[in-house]
Design a protein around this ligand. Structure first.
Ligand code: NDP
Length: 331
């Protein structure tokens, strides 16, 4: 099995030198074990945090051990009736092409005819659920709200724009880091208006996009975006603080928004979350998303990088914005 380990911890932006590829030979299957050939593995921004040796909501990756992460694969050998050869399984032992482990580590999921199995890592999986939870349980989005979403062309962002639209948002505004992405936001992902934050003046661009202000901000980015949103929020506005990718490679803590006084004067609510606390909403989400998906109401795009040997490139590319929709590695 080809596996990717963490070789050293980065300071600032990670590089290929922080990773190492190793070959691992598995023995015969032990009782209760299955062997799975990975079809797709996920690379995600939170993995940058796990490269640091700090206490957080997920433990750091251990040095010189194979990393973990979301993946979807096919059972190729099995000692367990409930997880038979040929079954499609979702698991958390990514960063390897073949994985052998106790059957309890794998969850059998149904095939969806005509849809790539990678959908379980994105729109029907972790990032789709994050978008749904952030808008509903965290930001308490209501019909008629004006919603602003940063990181809008990424995995969570493409889901969030469309879900906001389907839940009855009055106006959905998005920001992303290139002209191509901005065009896709309005053409494909449910956004009414979008801007490129790399053109600068985020506050001014947001104000121009929404003269009536915003009611909900879905924050994937932090930093200047969060300050601009706090400036644009209407009375009673709500923020789902989902991510702060603009700061993930910072070597020093970044300063907070300078306009926190608005939280008081406009009665704003800023609420952070990590998905692990909201998995009880997965059933409700799957019901909605399967229905929307089946009715053709969801545009679902991925950036697919081929080969375990390019998994590190995919991860580094994700941090630089090389993806539209979910970034996945096809093994
Ligand atoms: P994305 O698919 O959105 O990929 C990351 C994107 O971030 C890139 O494509 C890039 O797009 C953008 N980006 C990179 N640097 C910056 C920057 N300095 N400023 C603005 N945008 C930047 O990843 P996900 O959809 O998986 O994750 C989106 C966010 O949601 C992340 O912050 C992640 O940590 C968070 N998250 C939180 C979860 C939770 O439980 N709270 C669960 C899952 C994700 P661009 O070209 O536009 O710059």
């Amino acid at each position: 099995s080809t596996q990717i380990q963490l070789a050293s911890r980065p300071s600032g932006w990670p590089t290929a030198e922080n990773f190492r590829t190793v070959q691992v030979t598995y023995g015969d299957l032990a009782p209760g074990e299955v062997r799975v050939a990975t079809e797709f593995m996920s690379v995600d921004p939170y993995m940058r945090g796990r490269m640091n040796d700090v206490k957080s909501y997920t433990p750091p990756f251990a040095l010189d051990e194979t990393m973990t992460g979301g993946a979807i694969g096919r059972v190729v050998e099995s000692n367990v009736d409930e997880v038979p050869v040929g079954a499609l399984v979702q698991h958390q032992l990514g960063w390897r092409d073949i994985v052998q482990a106790d059957a309890a580590q794998f969850r059998v999921v149904p095939e969806i005819p005509g849809v790539s199995t990678s959908v379980y890592l994105g729109m029907l999986g972790m990032t789709g659920l994050t978008a749904y939870v952030g808008l509903t349980a965290i930001a308490q989005m209501r019909e008629g709200d004006t919603v602003f979403i940063s990181g809008a062309a990424g995995a969570v962002g493409t889901a969030a724009g469309q879900i906001a639209r389907l839940l009855g948002a009055k106006r959905v505004i998005g920001s992303a880091g290139s002209a191509e992405k901005v065009a896709l936001l309005t053409e494909r992902y449910g956004y009414d208006v979008a801007f490129n934050y790399k053109d600068g003046d985020i506050r001014g661009q947001l104000a121009a996009a929404t003269p009536e202000g915003i009611d909900v901000y879905f924050d994937n980015v932090g930093g200047e975006h969060l300050e601009a949103a706090i400036g644009a929020l209407n009375h009673g506005g709500r923020v789902a603080v989902c991510g702060a990718i603009s700061a993930y490679n910072a070597t020093e803590p970044v300063p907070g928004p300078r306009n926190m006084g608005n939280i008081i004067t406009r009665s704003l609510t800023l609420k952070g979350f990590t998905l692990g606390g909201y998995l009880h909403l997965a059933g409700e989400f799957q019901q909605h998303m399967t229905e929307w998906f089946g009715a053709g109401k969801i545009a679902h795009d991925e950036t697919v990088v081929e080969g375990i040997d390019h998994a590190v490139d995919a991860f580094l590319g994700l941090l630089r914005g090389e993806n539209v929709g979910k970034m996945v590695v096809k093994i």
